[in-house]
Design a protein around this ligand. Structure first.
Ligand SMILES: [Zn+2]
Length: 281
């Protein structure tokens, strides 16, 4: 994994699906640099900082966290920067400060429903030595939104919530017309079955619509130009709205969607449909 340049002021380290590492980014103005998300582990942080150094980019003055999930927040202590996060991100991280990270403790939390098998597996894969896990709380806490001026580059951080995590926040880089979405458009994963609730997703899409954006960035994907992103959103919206007439007949739902989308459904569509059906239960 090597650093990629999105524009003169934005670089990013792409996600790594092997241990579910998310994308990390650095946004620079004339005075300061903001890092977006802390990453999964000291090793992930070291890779990112090493790449920034190699490209002559500052190592960051501030750090912002998109949501509390381990892969976005466990690198806070290693980065050791003034860290910005939503109040609910802080609350969630505070709960985790007392956790132990032995196999027994992690597996116990999975049984209790506090952890999910997917993250448990990824944490075990990411860390050779889990004594390295130190949950550190953010320093600068906001409730609705906050703007950072990096010197000619303005970053607006806004809490949007959504299905994936109640604390999800997005970061809009105004001069670059770039929107960092974190994982906010993903399904809820901290439950027995992953799910989408249609009304919550539709409200979130409504909020995102108000930003003037050319490039959208989701944490576990590559940056996307608006045309491609809109296409995906359109599919998601059609599926979400179709759920209003869903009467438990999955075959009928698929036939309706095939007609509305004017194409055969693919594996991703079918997975999304399952999440919406799970959300009804
Ligand atoms: Zn997440």
């Amino acid at each position: 994994m090597t650093l990629k340049r999105l524009s003169e002021n934005i670089v990013y380290l792409p996600p790594d699906h092997r241990t579910d590492r998310p994308l990390l980014a650095a946004v620079s103005g004339t005075r300061k640099t903001l890092l977006i998300d802390a990453g999964s582990s000291p090793a992930h942080v070291a890779l990112f900082l090493g790449e920034l150094k190699r490209h002559g980019i500052p190592q960051g003055d501030y750090l912002v966290i998109t949501h509390w999930h381990w892969d976005h927040s466990f690198g806070i202590s290693t980065l050791n920067l003034p860290t910005i996060a939503h109040v609910k991100t802080c609350e969630q991280l505070a709960k985790m400060t007392s956790y132990s990270w032995t196999d027994k403790a992690i597996d116990g939390r999975v049984l209790e429903g506090l952890e999910i098998p997917f993250c448990a597996e990824m944490i075990k894969k990411e860390y050779f030595n889990r004594d390295e896990i130190k949950i550190t709380l953010p320093d600068i806490i906001f409730e609705k939104k906050l703007v950072i001026d990096l010197g000619g580059i303005h970053c607006k951080i806004e809490h949007v919530g959504g299905n994936h995590a109640v604390d999800s926040s997005i970061i809009y880089i105004k001069e670059e017309k770039t929107l960092f979405l974190g994982d906010c458009l993903g399904p809820a994963i901290y439950s027995k079955k992953w799910f989408y609730q249609s009304d919550i997703l539709q409200a979130l899409l409504e909020k995102i619509k108000h930003y003037n954006v050319e490039t959208y960035i989701e944490s576990h994907g590559e940056p996307e130009p608006k045309e491609k992103f809109f296409q995906e959103i359109k599919t998601l919206k059609i599926i979400a709205s179709s759920m209003e007439n869903y009467e438990g007949d999955q075959d009928k739902l698929i036939t309706n969607l095939t007609r509305k989308l004017r194409r055969q459904l693919n594996q991703d569509d079918l997975e999304t449909i399952t999440y919406f059906i799970n959300g009804l239960q």
